[in-house]
Design a protein around this ligand. Structure first.
Ligand code: GTP
Ligand code: MG
Length: 315
């Protein structure tokens, strides 16, 4: 347990009982409390809203919320950005050489469009040496839909002449049972990264639990706020560990057109604005997928065609 975790009961107005409630609800760090809304904290921890307001204010003082850095520090970090191969040259070049570390890449598209397949492929390729397009690192996968398939990883590893057992042993998978659990697991990923050199964090799917749990008009603001915090946790993980972050997001068919397709990503502005790269996937003929890069900070909007077959993702 870190000092930060131990410090919760030292916050003014927080006795041992409240500290336990906070910890039971998953608020184990000052930062997790500092960035929460009073309403959510009150509800999730079964404390009064007035208490929640005080606790949050106190946690803000304790936690290093500011996070200002000088430009030279940012530059130094950015010079370390890695590029992860997707095993498709076309997709790599669409992304300017591969999926970037210190960034979130969002894969969005319909069911069966290949989001989970690309995530699986990256869970294998990230373990390859840098000279082969990998980042020689471990993987943390947060699986919300129970779609992680070790057999599929094995198939992809064999296709690349990699040792299946080694590859599987460096993928740390956790099933997330609801959105709150999912957010906790994203925080837990930090613990794994202390013991292993994690270079890829996958959340597949980012939005399914949120979509299922927050239904109806009144819940939208709350959902977006939670998603926002979650995305920032993920981004922070990517920054600290110089890791690639991949999230998936199923689209819902809506009548208003989105680049000619009648689809819109779930999570709206929050996910869209926090993800650094957004890739829109659509099915095409004979195992092919069309991947469109949308909203990149420094790359042109363009498309690539990839193939998904037994081997995994290819050209
Ligand atoms: P949702 O999670 O439902 O939103 O879909 P998704 O976008 O994650 O789709 P996913 O990546 O699971 O893609 C599934 C598709 O990949 C299948 O319909 C197949 O077309 C293809 N696929 C998966 N495994 C194999 C395989 O072993 N061989 C071949 N040829 N295709 C595969
Ligand atoms: Mg999937």
């Amino acid at each position: 347990m870190s000092d930060e975790e131990n410090g919760i009961e030292k916050l003014p107005g927080v006795g041992p009982a409240t500290a336990d409630k906070l910890r039971d609800a998953g608020y184990t760090t000052m930062m997790s409390i500092a960035v929460e809304s009073p309403k959510s904290l009150a509800e999730l921890c079964d404390i009064g809203e007035a208490v929640a307001i005080k606790v949050i204010a106190a946690a803000k003082k304790e936690a290093d919320v500011g996070g200002f850095e000088t430009g030279d520090v940012v530059l130094e970090r950015r010079q370390k950005i890695g590029k992860l191969t997707t095993c498709s040259k076309a997709l790599d070049s669409l992304m300017g050489g591969g999926f970037e570390s210190q960034a979130i890449t969002e894969l969005f598209g319909e069911f069966g469009s290949g989001k989970t397949q690309i995530a699986h492929q990256c869970a294998v390729s990230v373990q390859m040496k840098e000279k082969d397009g990998g980042l020689d690192g471990d993987v943390v996968m947060i699986d919300t839909e129970n779609t992680f398939r070790p057999e599929r990883i094995a198939q992809m590893a064999e296709a690349l002449d990699l040792n299946v057992k080694d590859i599987l042993s460096r993928i740390h998978v956790a099933r997330a049972y609801n959105s709150h659990h999912q957010m906790l697991l994203a925080e837990k990923a930090r613990d794994i990264a202390e013991d292993h050199d994690v270079k890829l964090l996958i959340v597949d799917s980012l939005t399914s639990h949120f979509r299922a749990e927050y239904v109806g008009r009144g819940t939208l603001a709350d959902r977006q706020q939670k998603l926002n915090k979650h995305m920032h946790d993920l981004l922070r993980f990517g920054d600290i560990n110089n890791a690639v972050v991949i999230v998936t997001n199923q689209v819902s068919a809506k009548p208003d057109a989105f680049f000619g397709d009648p689809t819109r990503p779930i999570g709206g502005h929050i996910v869209g604005h926090t993800a650094t790269f957004r890739l829109y996937l659509r099915k095409s003929k004979a195992g092919k997928r069309i991947v469109r890069l949308i909203d990149s900070p420094n790359l042109p909007e363009a498309e690539a065609v990839v193939l998904i077959d037994e081997k995994g993702v290819r050209d």
